[in-house]
Design a protein around this ligand. Structure first.
Ligand code: 8YV
Length: 332
């Protein structure tokens, strides 16, 4: 890199610790401010840190709302999000301020689908409940009726949101012998539907009332906030299980906890929560609920690939090309 181009290196603020390989490459390419201690920045710290910054690299733990964008001033040109979901960023405010937003789609699909499938298996097979019992020293040995759960093969899986991740979940579910059903804003092309042997429901309520397992795989938007509200959750069959690896706010968590407690829903597998990292106290009490801490894309390979996407998005933007992962406001 010539001295001249070094002088033009963009000032990049990364809000959280990223994989070492990504941080090292960022240090080579950009004038980067890393957060090696990984302390979450307070809002005031973030406003302060943004002074003189060209590119912000936030994560799901940062709220990039209209006020923050206004406070950032004219310098900020690009928000290169580390993550696929952009519900924590006010896209409209960013675009109005002339700030481009990019994300990291595609590279976390398979990992998130794996974790979704793991939850689809773990809840009906009572895996974590059993593991806890064993670790607590309460296993007295094998017996025929001990820890009986339910088979997933032959059951119906309803996928809410049939984007990349929903489709990757569908493939896995087919391999486990589940029948795939889905609800999506748009129906999939017949060819893909045929490949996945998937049944489309234009009416979400109709699908919810017929499935053995429901998995949420849509983005969080104004339209999907509490999409599974109390009334909709009441439509589920009493033996149904709910899995969510998308965003906590898509489900009314309090209603879900109430309905599981009352035996009107059989259980849940949740990787995401309405008020992360705070977990609804009722959910914590329930045995038939598996709770894991937002780790859908948490593999070394996935997080590194996400970082590489961030690098490419910044690099292409700075080279005055169009970054591959621009997020458009019309997805809202
Ligand atoms: C990421 C995610 O870990 O990409 C997403 O939308 O939910 C997660 O897999 C997180 O967003 C990183 O910011």
């Amino acid at each position: 890199m010539s001295k001249n181009s070094k002088n033009k290196r963009p000032k990049v603020l990364v809000t959280r610790k990223l994989p070492d390989a990504i941080e090292t490459r960022m240090a080579e390419l950009f004038d980067v401010r890393l957060n090696l201690a990984d302390d979450a920045l307070s809002r005031d710290d973030l406003v302060d840190a943004l002074k003189g910054i060209d590119v912000l690299v936030p994560t799901v733990t940062d709220t990039i709302d209209a006020d923050l964008i206004a406070a950032a001033g004219d310098g900020l040109k690009l928000i290169a999000n580390f993550g696929a979901g952009v519900d924590h960023i006010d896209l409209e405010a960013a675009h109005k301020a002339g700030i481009m937003v990019t994300n990291t789609p595609g590279v976390l699909t398979e990992d998130t689908a794996d974790l979704t499938m793991a939850l689809i298996l773990a809840v009906p097979r009572r895996m974590f409940e059993a593991e806890k019992l064993l670790r607590d020293g309460n296993w007295d040995g094998w017996c025929p009726t001990f820890m009986m759960g339910h088979r997933v093969g032959g059951k119906r899986l309803g996928i809410v949101g049939m984007g990349r991740i929903g489709r990757a979940v569908a493939k896995r579910a087919r391999a486990f012998g589940m029948a795939v059903h889905y609800h999506n804003r748009n129906r999939l092309p017949a060819e893909i539907e045929g490949e996945l042997e998937a049944t489309y429901w234009a009416d979400l309520d109709q699908m919810l009332s017929r499935m053995d397992v429901i998995t949420v795989n849509c983005p969080l938007t104004e339209q999907t906030h509490h999409l599974l509200n109390r009334d909709r959750l009441k439509l589920l069959l009493p033996h149904a299980v709910v899995v969510n690896t998308a965003r906590g706010e898509i489900i009314d968590e309090e209603a879900l906890a109430d309905l599981i407690e009352d035996g009107r829903i059989a259980g849940a597998g949740l990787d995401v929560f309405e008020n992360e990292p705070t977990i609804n106290a009722k959910l914590l009490e329930l045995e038939n609920v598996v709770l894991i801490p937002h780790m859908g894309s948490a593999t070394v390979e996935g997080r590194t690939a996400m970082g590489e996407k961030v690098l490419i998005n910044i690099h292409t933007y700075m080279d005055q090309h169009r970054p591959p992962d621009r997020v458009m406001t019309d997805i809202l």
